[in-house]
Design a protein around this ligand. Sequence first.
Ligand code: HEC
Length: 201
Amino acid sequence: MSEVALLQIIGLCVVGVGILILLFIKSMFVRVVGFVVIVLGSFSLIALGVPQMASLPPAIETFDIASVKTPDDLASIGQKIFFSKGQCALCHSIGPSESARCPDLAGIGAKLAPEFLYESLTSPQSYIYLDFRHEGVPKEYPARMPYINKNPIALSKQEIYSVIAFLQKMSGEPISIKVEDILEPESEETEVASVSVHGHE
Ligand code: HEC
């Protein structure tokens, strides 16, 4: 029996006891106690009736980059990361959206070179857009673009390149990220060959 069902049975018993008291006991004090017990029991039954949602931390996702054969595979991993671990969709829309608080990323893969995309993700304060829509006086975004390669999002280099591949694909751009480069063992010193990124301080 589940924990919830057990608690519900206890709640029902409590309410039942309260009703019995009201029906059969004449003492005023005990009747008040019975009434209180019915009210409290009903509240707990209602609370237990609300669907229970476990709030566990999200399962750690691993992306099987080793199974990637084509740039399209890479883009589909990137798509998953975009909507899950990368949290991009929390802020960005792809296509116009009323609720968007941040730049619309539709067509971004065609607009920006992969090097610039990489820099936008890993060094987000390099270029700040005040208001990408340019309506009226420019104003700051309510959110900040986070450092995608640092905590809490902390995507690996491979994951970042997958996201860039996805951004290129959904913009109708040929994917310029090469699978061979992604599969190279990750290390801090070796930059992925085709997309060398130079940090500007
Ligand atoms: C907390 C909100 C937030 C999250 C999460 C977020 N971004 Fe951003 N992003 C922004 C904001 C705000 C800007 C615009 C300000 C700026 O350029 O620094 C921006 C800018 C960008 C740009 C540059 C746009 C341009 O026109 O130059 C790219 C590309 C981008 N984000 C991609 C991503 C991707 C990919 C992810 C997920 C891995 C992501 N963002 C996650 C808020 C966010």
